[in-house]
Ligand binder design. Structure first.
Ligand code: ADP
Ligand code: MG
Length: 238
């Protein structure tokens, strides 16, 4: 299960209000993309859901349970960072196993979950390598593997492909959507790239200056953009 409910969420840093008032209902198993220009609050919103930032006002519910004040570890979510967040001195196996070791899982459980993640991500032959001996795409898969072993209620991606070159980015988009189909776990994916949003999402949240301009399927946004901002951003003819 992995439904996410934001109820009148507001976030200020000091005097600066970054998110005035957002309410959103994300269904279990959905692939939702937060898209919008740089500085519009995408990362902040994701970090609020993850518990890496405190809300100024409003509630955050996961599976109907109020998690507004819960620390990140209690939320059961996994944030996938860019691949440079890997530990360079550890093997792929140890990088993927890291959250399980932190949680003091048994060796059997660790081995089984790491094998499963590696198989899912086509990394089985690379488990004993160091990250620097991998391609950019493989490194990104290791970062995803580290999230998979935690069996999260939802995956939270913050522009995970922005370091990769264009061709690889297209490949990784496909791999992530295939992973979503396989796992059927809720995913929230942050990007400033409208093509990524339109090709990957079940539903898209278009953000502008901390406000939701529209929340809908790619087709809805294209056919019936709520306003000029959405039309301009998505590239539809309104
Ligand atoms: P995005 O991810 O869409 O590029 P962010 O969520 O990173 O946008 O930032 C939204 C706004 O909030 C920006 O104006 C940014 O400067 C501001 N902001 C983000 N984090 C902090 C912080 N810790 N302290 C002060 N301002 C912040
Ligand atoms: Mg950001």
């Amino acid at each position: 299960m992995g439904s996410i409910s934001l109820q009148n969420v507001n976030k200020s840093f000091g005097e600066v209000q970054v998110i005035p008032d957002i309410s959103l209902e994300i269904n279990d198993g959905e692939f939702v993309v937060f898209v919008g220009p740089s500085g519009c609050g995408k990362s902040t919103l994701l970090r609020l859901i993850a518990g890496l930032e405190d809300t100024t006002n409003g509630r955050i519910l996961l599976d109907g349970q109020d998690m507004t004040d819960a620390p990140p570890a209690r939320r059961g979510l996994a944030m996938v960072f860019q691949s440079y967040a890997l530990y360079p001195h550890m093997s792929v196996r140890d990088n993927i196993a890291f959250p399980l070791k932190m949680a003091k899982a048994s060796k059997e459980v660790i081995d089984q979950k790491v094998e499963y993640a590696a198989r899912t991500l086509n990394l089985s032959d690379y488990l004993d390598r160091r990250p620097r001996a991998l391609s950019g795409g493989q490194r990104q898969r290791v970062a995803i593997g580290r999230a998979i072993v935690r069996e999260p209620k939802a995956f939270l991606f913050d522009e995970p492909l922005s370091n990769l070159d264009a061709a690889l980015r297209v490949n990784m988009r496909l791999e992530i959507t295939e992973l979503h189909q396989q796992l059927q776990t809720t995913m929230i994916y942050v990007t400033h790239d409208q093509v990524e949003a339109m090709t990957m999402a079940d539903r898209i949240v278009v953000l502008n200056a901390g406000n939701v301009e529209q929340f809908g399927t790619p087709l809805e946004l294209y056919r019936t953009p709520a306003n000029r901002f959405v039309a301009g951003f998505i590239g539809s003819p309104k």
